[in-house]
Design a protein around this ligand. Structure first.
Ligand code: ADP
Ligand code: MG
Ligand code: ZN
Length: 628
């Protein structure tokens, strides 16, 4: 665990304070530990004098130099039993002793308990000492380590909180597959390089561009490429770095950043994850937003403060444009939005080309096949994929990356590390039936994506896996396809039930069922594919943590909620029945494939289809099964 000094300060201060009171408490009782520990009730001095007068006092013991007394007295209310009472005596009561002597009451004086006082004194000294030592230590750390963990105390001097690269060395050639975004940003390069072109005709150069897109799609890369192409310095900071413990730190960082940028104009400021500061003001529960609002206000002020033509362009990136404060998008601020989407097939092809430049690929490797197998991969995923493949190649001591390494790397990026297969056992058979269940339902349903391979080699969380080749070219997904997917996902559990019986079903289907519920629910609440009709009952996207999104939680009544649940259940039950029927009807071929799978551990889609075709009609599917 990494300890920052901020955390240490946060935790030690209360600890010290609590410690202090504990010490104090301890010593208070130590010095006040009067007499024989018997619990004593307190009595007022006046009552004591009354008791004295009426002759009820038996004995008096004086403590603490005569400031306290423990009195033994007969209590009339308790049948004259002797009671121990504690009395605080006034400072000057010299006649008391005389009176006691006169009344012949036995009295004694006890010395001060010095040892306790001594400890108390030391304890009192220790606390300030510890505090001073801790503060001293903290200040020293923060002064010695600029930009280091001592930041808590440097109050926004923003030492190295933003990075500056004089030359990014990245050009548009390094960014692939997002041509529209590149084209739009080409203009920004011109703004930075030849502002005269625009100012001559009276055009105001835009100040800010917002890059919107999922993580890993190349937003940072794109911003760097703009700076690289224009040959200007690149200042970057992440929105989360603005949000600090102390109010005002973020705002002063913004000021510093803009000050530095103005000194270096023309230049480019890149604010990553701007949603961390730029969230709608006033959203969120409870306090704690002051700091963020101040930071955001400062950012807005700075953006308004400089003229559009000073040669500073701000590029911000986010994957949640919906939560941004509308003030950020006003003209004169981030008035341009550029969407950076996850790449399509062609985009992936180009990105793979860029990242394959410095890698040795065997001749049989076709970049196209890789691009086909990786729908939904972002640029970062693809870069990672090729790197994984290169690592595997080196580990296997090969000359160049072959299809085998690519294939393994894809599996690994999608499903995690490969584990060791189980030895032949009942649970291995069960897993085999489960996977073949998925595969056969997927193969026999016309609208399901084709099987790519079935394997019993565990990966990540999964004990076995059935891979399908998604066909993304068609763009939209039909209701029939969704139903087929749900049935396919239920195929594993259906096989367990049909072959081993209800009592033997396993937890292995947990993930499948999660997917099934999600898909079915979306069909009902988002796509209007149920008896509830074409209603959109839930918006896309998860909740925004603390802020936005909270207010529109229930877009429907309790009654509708019940109906949604009913519809979801009826979809799932229908699909479940379909897959159970398929399993029941094809028991023979399932048994055969399971035996083969246990023997070979992996069966590819082609082979699987051939075997199934001997027993049943396998519908033709439009497919781009890459030869991997
Ligand atoms: P983001 O900022 O959108 O999260 P990054 O720009 O940090 O994504 O991308 C991370 C890495 O992924 C880049 O350094 C690059 O290697 C790779 N990458 C992402 N998108 C692309 C792309 N369009 N072209 C080439 N490489 C890309
Ligand atoms: Mg980034
Ligand atoms: Zn499964």
């Amino acid at each position: 665990m990494k300890l920052s000094w901020k955390t240490i300060l946060l935790w030690t201060l209360p600890a010290l304070v609590v410690g202090f009171f504990l010490w104090q408490g301890t010593f208070a009782t130590a010095t006040g530990n009067i007499g024989n520990n018997t619990a004593t009730t307190r009595m007022t001095y006046g009552r004591f004098l009354e008791y004295l007068e009426s002759g009820r006092v038996v004995s008096v013991d004086l403590y603490e130099g005569g400031r306290t007394a423990i009195v033994q007295a007969l209590d009339p209310e308790l049948e004259n039993r002797v009671q121990r009472l504690r009395v605080d005596l006034p400072a000057n009561s010299p006649d008391l002793i005389a009176r006691l002597r006169d009344s012949k009451i036995s009295f004694d004086a006890h010395p001060m308990r010095n040892d306790g006082a001594w400890w108390g004194f030391l304890g009192n000294l220790l606390f300030p000492f510890l505090l001073i030592a801790a503060l001293f230590f903290l200040f020293r750390r923060s002064n010695n380590m600029p930009g280091g963990p001592g930041q808590a105390m440097s109050f926004g001097k923003s030492k190295a909180r933003f990075q500056m690269e004089a030359k990014t060395g990245i050009t548009f050639d390094d960014v692939a597959g997002i041509d529209e975004a590149k084209e739009e940003l080409q203009e920004v390069v011109t703004f930075l390089k030849q502002p005269e072109k625009f100012t001559a005709v009276g055009a105001k150069i835009p100040k800010g561009v917002l890059l919107v897109g999922p993580p890993g799609t190349g937003k940072t890369l794109l911003a760097k490429a703009i700076a690289g192409e224009a040959g200007v310095p690149f200042f970057s900071i992440s929105g989360s770095e603005f949000v600090e413990m102390f109010v005002g730190v973020g705002a002063s960082r913004v000021r510093d950043l803009f000050k530095k940028a103005k000194e270096n104009a023309p230049c480019l400021i890149f604010i990553d994850e701007i949603d961390a500061v730029g969230r709608q003001r006033g959203a969120g529960i409870g306090g704690g937003n002051d700091e963020r609002e101040q930071t955001l206000n400062q950012l807005l002020t700075e953006m308004d403060g400089f003229e559009g033509n000073t040669g500073i362009i701000i590029i911000a990136a986010t994957n949640r444009p919906d939560v941004l404060d509308s003030a950020l998008m006003r003209p004169g601020r981030f008035d341009r939005q550029v969407t950076v989407d996850a790449p399509d097939f062609k985009g992936r092809l180009e990105i793979l080309d860029v990242h394959a430049r410095n890698k040795k690929l065997a001749n049989d490797v076709s970049i196209e096949a890789i691009a086909r197998r990786t729908p939904g991969f972002s640029g970062a995923d693809l870069a990672n994929l090729l790197n994984e493949a290169a690592i595997l190649t080196a580990r296997r001591r090969k000359e160049a990356i072959t299809l085998l390494e690519i294939d393994d790397a894809v599996d690994r990026v999608i499903a995690g590390m490969e584990g060791t297969p189980l030895v032949d056992s009942k649970s291995k058979r069960l897993i085999a039936y489960h996977e073949v269940g998925h595969a056969i339902v997927g193969t026999l349903l016309k609208d399901h994506d084709p099987v790519q391979k079935v394997t019993l080699i565990p990966r990540g969380q999964a004990q076995g896996l059935t891979w399908f080749t998604p066909n993304e070219e068609q763009g939209l997904t039909t209701k029939a396809q969704l139903m087929a997917r749900i049935s396919g996902a239920l195929g594993g559990r259906a096989a367990e039930e049909e072959i081993f019986g209800y009592d033997e079903v396993t937890t292995g289907a947990g993930g499948d069922l999660q997917q099934v519920s999600d898909m079915a629910r979306q069909m009902v609440t988002r796509f209007g594919m149920s008896d509830l009709g074409p209603l959109s009952l839930e918006s896309q996207g998860g909740e925004v943590f603390l802020g936005g999104g909270l207010m529109n939680r229930s877009e429907y009544s309790e009654k509708v909620a019940t109906r949604i649940d009913d519809q979801v259940r009826s979809i799932v039950e229908h699909c479940h029945e379909i897959s159970r029927q398929i399993i029941r009807d094809h028991r023979e071929v399932i048994d055969r494939v399971v035996d083969l799978l246990i023997e070979k551990e992996t069966i590819n889609g082609e082979e699987f289809r051939q075997i199934v075709a001997e027993y049943a009609y396998v519908p033709e599917k439009e497919q781009f099964v890459p030869q991997l």
